[in-house]
Every structure is written in C-alpha cells, then in structure tokens.
Design a protein around this ligand. Structure first.
Ligand code: PSU
Ligand code: MN
Length: 295
C-alpha cells in the first residue's frame, strides 16, 4: 500500500517531507512555492527529497511535481493523522500527511531522516488535546528535524510528555528547546549537537541500543526571521481567544491558530515559518548525508 518513487528507492541519503504543512499549514501561493523550494534545498545539500502524501488512497513516498501541486491547490485534501490512515486507504482519499503519519510512512519506506516545521504537542486549555504526533514520535525510530513544537501549544507540558515517553531531544547548535517562531522557550534539551556527524552518532547509538523512538533534532528559527517576543505574545493571545470564541477544535485547531497569527502579525509569523522550514530541510539533508557516510 506504500508506493515509493524509484528515485527515492535508489537513493542513499533521503529526506522525507510532510504535506500537511503544504495543504493546511501555509496559505496559497506560498505553500506550493515553499514545497518546491524545500525539495530544491534538500537536493542542493546532496540528498533526495521524498515528499509524502496520499492520493486516491495510495500512500506515496516521493510525490511528483504535479502531485505536490494537487495537494497545494485542491480544496478537498484531508488532513490525515494516524487514526485516519485505514479510512484514507479504504475510502481512497486524497490527503496530506501530518508529522505523525509522515513518520509512520517514511520509516516503513526505509527513510531515516524527516524534516518539518514544528511538531504537534499538548494543546493549551482544559481538554487534554494531545497531538497524535507525540505517540508516533515515541514509537518510530527516525530522525525528526524541527524547530521544537508549535508555539500555540503548551510547551512545558509537551516537553514533559517527550521526557516521560523517552524521546531524546537534541538542540542543534543551541542549548534550549526552540519555540517555533521564537528561538527560546526557557525549556531544556537533553544534549547539544554542533554538527551533522554528531547527530548521526546519536542516532546510531540509539539504533544500536534498540531504542525505537524518534530522535528529535530541534533547530531554532534563523535569527533574522525570529518574531520579537512582545508581538508574538500579542498575536498568540488574540489567536487563542478567537479559537475559543469560535469554538474551533480537533484537526482544525492548529491550522486556524497558525493562519490567525499570520494575519494578525502582517505576515511576520508566516515569514518565520517559511524560513525555519527551509533551514530545517537543509540541516536534515546534511544529517542524511552524514548518516550515509557513517555507514
Ligand atoms: N509544521 C509547520 N506547520 C504545520 C505543521 C507542522 O510549520 O502546519 C503541521 C504538521 O503536519 C503537524 C500538524 O503534524 O501541523 C499538527 O497538527 P495537530 O496539532 O492537529 O496534531
Ligand atoms: Mn488534536
């Protein structure tokens, strides 16, 4: 049920890319431009990109240019999380894969490295809304390169969850868990890595020990694109308030909060999101190359 593009199947160093960020995380036309750019960045760093998505119920690893365009431009693309996978296959959905489902599919396609923006986590508020990204990270052995969990979340609770479930968190050239649009959260990482080779050594040790969780490599948003703290707090509070007022929940919540923040910050959070996605794609490709070199 998984279809792997020949170029991906033949490649040594591969980086998986997710598609929910394309279909639901970024506005048009920036979404398609970013999706194409991420693939170019991975190639420029010497690896092969494998954008993951679902078309007519087929789990595809390494979408073609036209398929990526469909996910970016069509209106009926579902957001497919782990619980939806059997339904998507049985009912022949067109769908975008989240961090959870991209990890699940990429690992089964033999891919060792995956790049995204920010992972899901524990949401704020009374209802314990916990993204399926977290349990999938806890049970899938893959390197996930991200800028921490999305700022809209309860970051201390998310950090605790990762610790409880044994997910090793690496700060890539940083000593703090990044906070998506912001470089700092005040929360710890488990270790710091300064080079792709150091990350490769950590992943090899993890695999050697038979530990079957993800290695979460967190990379701060590039300095020039970081959203300043007071502005970030203002637009975040406003976004959370509108979600509450409009009764937004479930799979709609994360896309709603991200688009509210982009609008209210006049695009600052969107520019930060694109910058960190691009940077993470490059770092992921360098890690994939280092993993191959390490054998
Ligand atoms: N990273 C981004 N933008 C996004 C996402 C990640 O920069 O939109 C997506 C990922 O696909 C992630 C999802 O899995 O948001 C989390 O959604 P939820 O909180 O509903 O599980
Ligand atoms: Mn949820």
């Amino acid at each position: 049920m998984i279809e792997i593009a020949p170029e991906v199947a033949d490649a040594q160093a591969v980086v998986a890319l997710e598609s929910t960020v394309i279909a639901h995380g970024l506005p048009r036309p920036a979404n398609l431009e970013t999706a194409q750019r991420l693939e170019q960045i991975v190639r420029a760093a010497g690896a092969v990109p494998a954008t993951v998505g679902i078309l007519a119920g087929k789990l595809k690893v390494g979408l073609g240019a036209e398929e990526v365009q469909r996910l970016a431009e069509e209106d009926n693309i579902r957001k497919v999380s782990t619980r939806d996978l059997p339904i998507a296959v049985a009912e022949g959905w067109d769908g975008a894969t989240t961090v959870a489902t991209t990890c699940w599919i990429a690992h089964r396609a033999g891919i060792k490295v995956f790049a995204t923006g920010g992972t899901g986590g524990v949401h704020r508020g009374a209802l314990p809304d916990v993204s399926a990204d977290l349990p999938e990270l806890a049970r899938t052995p893959i390197v996930v390169v991200c800028s921490g969990a999305k700022i809209v979340l309860d970051l201390p609770a998310t950090r605790e969850w990762l610790e409880t479930h044994g997910v090793t968190v690496v700060g890539y050239q940083c000593d703090e868990f990044p906070a998506f649009y912001s470089r700092r959260s005040g929360l710890p990482v488990d270790t710091r890595a300064n080079s792709p080779a150091q990350v490769a050594a950590l992943f090899q040790a993890q695999r050697g020990l038979g530990i079957d969780s993800a290695l979460l490599v967190t990379v701060p948003v590039p300095e020039d694109f970081e959203v300043p703290q007071p502005q970030l707090q203002t637009v975040l509070d406003q976004a959370l308030e509108s979600a509450e007022r409009d009764g937004i929940g479930g799979r709609e919540l994360t896309p709603f909060l991200l688009s509210q923040m982009a609008r209210r910050s006049h695009g600052s959070t969107l520019r930060a999101n694109i910058a960190l996605l691009e940077n993470n794609a490059r770092v992921a490709a360098e890690i994939a190359v280092a993993l191959e070199a390490a054998g």
